[in-house]
Design a binder for this molecule. Structure first.
Ligand SMILES: O=C(O)[C@H](O)[C@@H](O)[C@H](O)[C@H](O)COP(=O)(O)O
Length: 254
């Protein structure tokens, strides 16, 4: 996997600024390309507060040409504490200059099937001419079971190749109803970055990054066909790895 880089930081404190600089450099690259905009997919979990803190600390971040979507979303009202959009809205998006129409949120009033169809429609409108939307950057987390987005181990959704967005109504992690980008969309991105911290992730990280078993865990199936793949880890999460990793300083630009 030539484009995979694994970067290990002492802690989230050193990781955070490098994550923010990855986002801002991919954003300026994309905005200065003929596309003239930056398409970003966000995930929930601990990423919400880390990313919000680090992006808001950047001086002069111009997000007026960003399009922000969600790699997965829980089907709950926006004011529910479980809503990933709700959390980003209050911690980050309300403090940035992204036009409301470029923040692609779900419609939580729909059934989970309709919600996935509606979200797929929103993507196709915002990625015209792209049967599979090609994001500039997807930020992913990984659960201790190896799930990413709402793609869970041994779940039939891992085989989905027709839909860009799929509904799931039996998520092993609550809440049970969610929508998720499918693997073909994840693997079409120009860049995918996992952020994973904490010792509870160490065993699964070893399996995902070093294991050879089949079927692969969902996170191990993330391998952008044309893009770059980064794993941003802290030392506790990387504790069991024996493969070669990079240990960059906090001023590193990716
Ligand atoms: O929808 C969810 O249930 C979460 O968003 C989840 O998928 C999360 O991304 C991972 O569990 C990693 O979370 P942490 O980074 O907080 O460990």
């Amino acid at each position: 996997m030539p484009n995979r880089r694994i970067l290990v930081f002492p802690s989230a404190t050193e990781l955070g600024p490098v994550l923010a600089s990855l986002v801002s450099s991919r954003a300026s690259q994309a905005c200065n390309s003929e596309r003239q905009r930056f398409t970003l997919g966000l995930s929930g979990g601990s990423l919400v507060s880390l990313l919000s803190r680090e992006l808001l600390a950047l001086p002069d971040l111009d997000s007026s040409a960003w399009v922000v979507a969600f790699c997965d979303e829980r089907l709950v009202p926006f004011d529910d504490a479980e809503s990933t959009y709700g959390l980003y809205k209050s911690q980050l998006l309300s403090k940035m200059n992204i036009p409301e129409s470029r923040i692609l949120s779900i419609d939580p009033s729909l059934s989970v099937e309709q919600c996935a169809e509606d979200y797929a429609r929103k993507l196709s409108v915002n990625f015209p001419g792209e049967p599979i939307p090609v994001f500039d950057l997807l930020l992913l987390g990984m659960g201790p079971d190896g799930h990413t987005c709402s793609l869970f181990p041994n779940h039939p959704l891992l085989e989905e190749t027709n839909k860009t967005v799929a509904p799931i109504s039996n998520s092993p992690k609550p809440p049970p109803q969610r929508i998720t980008l499918t693997l073909p969309v994840v693997n079409a991105a120009r860049c995918v970055a996992f952020v994973s911290t904490g010792g509870s992730k160490a065993p699964v990280l070893k399996q995902v990054l070093e294991g050879a078993e089949d079927p692969k865990l969902p996170a191990a199936q993330v391998a952008p066909s044309q893009g770059d793949l980064f794993w941003l880890l802290d030392e506790p999460a990387a504790a069991l790895l024996t493969i070669q990793v990079e240990k960059p300083s906090s001023g590193t630009e990716l």
